[in-house]
Design a protein around this ligand. Structure first.
Ligand SMILES: [Zn+2]
Ligand SMILES: [Zn+2]
Length: 156
């Protein structure tokens, strides 16, 4: 059994100016509790869904870009809707074949399940994590365990 939806699936920003189609299963889904993600979302954490670039297609609108410089020095383009401000995806450094979709923008995000949590050391103290989640104090040095955990979860 699979916990994944039938692809393609669609999503977009809050005002509808940006729309996209995702035609394949993600590589992994995680939450990030770093202070930058807290600021970027105006909330406690962000959700990241790593997808293959070839599976992602903009079907409506052209996102605006903000080049964020991470503490590591990496410049990470943030693609957002210029009208409503919703950040739709991020271009991860060193990842020409993938991008990080913000899965809360999916039309149906009910299947979105983070199998890992990054930057738990700056997570809000009231945040709780599921027992089987992979927990990382900061960023993982290796994304492979996250992908394995995601695949195992998706296969149910
Ligand atoms: Zn919008
Ligand atoms: Zn973060």
């Amino acid at each position: 059994m699979s916990r994944l939806p039938n692809f393609p699936v669609a999503g977009g920003c809050a005002c509808g100016a940006i729309r996209y189609r995702l035609s394949g299963a993600p590589l992994g889904i995680y939450s990030c509790h770093c202070t930058a993600c807290q600021t970027l979302t105006g909330s406690a954490f962000s959700l990241g869904m790593s997808v293959l670039r070839k599976d992602f297609e903009l079907t409506e609108g052209e996102p605006a870009t903000w080049l964020r410089t991470a503490d590591s020095g990496a410049v990470i383009p943030q693609r957002f809707c210029a009208k409503c401000g919703v950040r739709v995806f991020t271009e991860p450094p060193g990842g020409p074949h993938s991008l990080t979709l913000r899965p809360g923008t999916l039309d149906d995000a009910s299947w979105v399940h983070p199998v890992a949590a990054f930057w738990t050391k700056s997570a809000q103290p009231w945040m709780t994590f599921e027992g089987d989640q992979l927990l990382y104090e900061t960023n993982p040095t290796d994304f492979a365990p996250v992908m394995r955990a995601w695949t195992a979860w998706a296969e149910g």
